[in-house]
Design a protein around this ligand. Structure first.
Ligand SMILES: Cc1cc2nc3c(=O)[nH]c(=O)nc-3n(C[C@H](O)[C@H](O)[C@H](O)COP(=O)(O)O)c2cc1C
Length: 182
């Protein structure tokens, strides 16, 4: 059997009951058989500092970059903090962009966002897309997945219960896999 398409996903939310983490977990269950999703935990990445970098890039950063490099595609799920992406996500992307290689360059990448607000993190998503231009990630423009009023779309245990959102995530994953194959 051929190897599965490897997707790695991460979110800028560090909280246990994050809707964005729940959306990534939902994505793992909505993938077609030919692909698999590993969710990366970025909470241990230190805050980026050029002095730390000069002293020696921490092992946790190397491991994170290696996971990105080994993946066929990346799935990002972002909350919106004050109309932008949260610092943990920007920090992870800043680390990825440094050193002798950028594992996100030319990497097929899909973005979704979940927010308790009515815009579903749209403003954060567009800031994130701007950062991804610099990283030269191959970000899908369409379909766009904004999970608005996230509190109404997930059950207490984090299960994604909203069928329309399930279908939007499925469409996004399908487009991402098509980009990997193209
Ligand atoms: C510092 C901070 C700023 C926020 N700013 C926004 C915002 O600008 N727009 C919005 O829709 N939600 C905003 N929120 C609410 C988040 O959408 C909400 O906390 C969401 O659940 C975060 O995603 P998570 O569930 O994945 O942690 C903010 C939350 C925090 C903690």
């Amino acid at each position: 059997m051929a190897d599965k398409i490897k997707i790695v996903g991460f979110t800028g939310s560090l909280r246990k009951n994050s809707y964005n983490l729940a959306a990534l977990r939902a994505a793992a269950t909505l993938l077609p058989e030919e692909a698999e999703l590993e969710i990366l935990d970025i909470s241990a990445l230190p805050f980026f500092n050029e002095d730390v970098e000069a002293e020696g890039v921490p092992e946790v950063v190397h491991k994170f970059k290696e996971k990105l490099a080994a993946a066929d595609a990346v799935l990002l799920a972002t909350p919106e903090y004050n109309y932008s992406l949260p610092p943990a996500l920007k920090n992870a992307l800043d680390w990825a962009s440094r050193g002798d290689y950028n594992p996100l360059a030319n990497k097929p990448t899909a973005i979704m966002s979940a927010s308790i607000g009515m815009f579903g993190g749209a403003r954060a998503q567009y800031h994130l897309r701007q950062v991804c231009v610099r990283l030269n990630a191959q970000v899908l423009n369409q379909p766009e997945v904004f999970i608005a009023n996230a509190g109404t779309k997930f059950a207490e245990d984090g299960t994604l219960t909203d069928e329309r959102t399930q279908n939007s995530i499925k469409r996004l994953l399908k487009a991402l896999i098509e980009k990997v194959k193209a």
